[in-house]
Design a protein around this ligand. Sequence first.
Ligand code: ZN
Length: 281
Amino acid sequence: MNEEIKEIKTDEEESTSLTSQLDAIKGNDDIPVIKEKKKWTKEKFIKALLAFFACLFLISLYFHYYPPTPKPVEINPDEIEEVVSTPLPAELTELSSPTLIVNKNYSLPSDYVPNSLVTPYVLSTSDIIQVNELAAADLKEMVEKAKEEGITLYLSSGYISYETQIDLYEDRVSLVGESEASKTFPKAGYSEHQTGLAFDFTNDPASPSNSTSFEETDASKWLRENAYKYGFILRYPKDKEHITGYTYMPWHYRYVGKEVAEAIHNIGEDITMEEFYEIGK
Ligand code: ZN
């Protein structure tokens, strides 16, 4: 019995000894570990190649039936505005053009001053009125022709600077309130008087004719019949408020040049610049 136990112990000792030797061998880096090399046979190579091309085929098949959804392009709202709204022709936007458009949609920069401002040498309610040189000669010719026909026209307003527009608008708002003021008075930068191509006429040297009663005067009637011959149009006609954005102003004329004024006149009575050029107010 004791011997059997001894033998077992011996076996255990041997086993422990062998295990520790094996561990020592494993931990020894000096002993090279022989790895079994995988052999690539021709057959295996062809199989791998076929598998590779099969994968490629399946991938291309997938993208054919399920193409990737294109990433939505981020669009700048300003760019949309440019694309949607048709650009205005140069004759309406060039600052030196006699048909430069100014209305409730299109304003002038605060530092815009016409290239050449001159004294008009016509009868006026003020000595300081200046006009755009582009209109000066035709304005003088028109006023002189009216005089020859017994109509005395006085100029009550021509060029109005950006700064003066600020004052005028604020005065008007304090007098009648914002909503009423905006019907007849443009905010600074939105007055075509800043172009020096807009003119207010009166038959009374003592006061500007800023009332619709001016339409009853001979001066107004003469202008309605003849202004286009000299390059002027009635800018804010009656019942065109939805187009121009302003109420009827029988005293306010706009110089656009003889050619354009005649073309507008030939289309019909009281055609506005917005209608003639097919643009928004
Ligand atoms: Zn005016």
